[in-house]
Design a protein around this ligand. Structure first.
Ligand code: C2E
Ligand code: CA
Ligand code: CA
Ligand code: CA
Length: 278
């Protein structure tokens, strides 16, 4: 038993060091990733729940490095957040999304808005609004074509700063949404302090609403609460027709998920005939 325990410990140790070695490699490779043009954005459709009309898209970051290959965002973004590199990477994302928004402006079938994920370190960076302004100015995109997605965590940890940033974004004409709702630790009453426009229900709750009465009750309650705070609701991770129709019946305004579409390169969005890559 002692031996087994020790073996397990060695395996654990080896795994740990492989993990942190990978993290170091990723951190190092990320430093050149913008300059070497290794990032791109894909866009996942967000449709109106009843008509299935394309309203918005969410920009999702993709990274392929020559040595590391494709690295998923769940792997490299926490590392970039830890090192602070996410601030520069996030600025690139805003620039690229704004450029795409401008390219889509006025095109038939194009989404009216691009939603961009923004990390806590970006939102609390004193230069954040200047970065947004710069992206708008350089691209020529209208502010109303961009929306910022943030998670509950930053609301709690940096409440006063984030309240000001949300106000500044709205004053400038951008939208705002609360991502992954339900996975954080915000109390519902806490949410009244923030005037976010959209609430995105995390896919953990959407998943299984057709089989699990408690999940369905929870989603119904989240939608009612969001509406009572004047928010519009996006359901994330919608994978089946049954989920889509239940959500529409519950009054959820928007759907996002593999049922509707996977994230796509900009030229492959349904209804768009021309590619708009720079
Ligand atoms: P998120 O913001 O919650 O994005 C939704 C994730 O769920 C995406 O994963 C998307 O591909 C995936 N997804 C969409 N529909 C479905 C579905 O029906 N079923 C399932 N199982 N999954 C679905 P992705 O692209 O791998 O991104 C993972 C996370 O990485 C994002 O979660 C977000 O937190 C972060 N991320 C991605 N791009 C950026 C970025 O530009 N900046 C920052 N700060 N974070 C980003
Ligand atoms: Ca998101
Ligand atoms: Ca989400
Ligand atoms: Ca997430």
């Amino acid at each position: 038993a002692k031996d087994a325990g020790r073996n397990r410990y060695c395996v654990f140790e080896a795994r740990m060091s492989a993990q942190s070695r990978d993290a170091l490699l990723i951190d190092e490779a990320l430093q050149q990733a913008i300059a070497r043009k290794e990032f791109r954005l894909v866009y996942q459709p967000i449709v109106e729940a009843r008509s299935r009309r394309l309203c918005k898209v969410e920009a999702l970051l993709r990274w392929t490095n020559p040595a590391l290959g494709f690295v998923p965002p769940d792997r490299f973004i926490p590392i970039a957040e830890e090192s602070g590199q996410i601030v520069d990477i996030g600025a690139w994302v805003l620039q690229e999304a704004a450029r795409q928004a401008h390219a889509w402006a006025g095109q038939a079938g194009a989404p009216g808005c691009i939603s961009v994920n923004v990390s806590a370190a970006q939102l609390t960076d004193p230069d954040f609004m200047a970065t947004v302004e710069d992206a708008l100015m350089r691209s020529g995109a209208a502010a109303s074509m961009l929306e910022v997605e943030m998670t509950e965590r930053v609301l709690i940890e940096e409440a006063d700063t984030v309240i000001r940033v949300i106000e500044a974004l709205h004053a400038r004409g951008l939208g705002s949404s609360l991502d992954d709702f339900g996975t954080g630790y915000s109390s519902l009453s806490y949410l009244t302090r923030f005037h976010l426009r959209t609430l995105k229900i995390d896919r953990a709750f959407v998943n299984g609403i057709e089989h699990d009465a408690r999940n369905l009750a929870l989603v119904r309650a989240i939608i009612a609460m969001g509406h009572s705070l004047g928010m519009q609701i996006v359901a994330e991770g919608v994978e089946t027709e049954e989920q889509a129709s239940l959500l529409a019946d519950l009054g959820c305004e928007y759907l996002q998920g593999y049922l509707i579409s996977r994230p796509l390169p900009p030229g492959e969005l349904p209804g768009l005939t021309t590619t708009t890559e720079a």
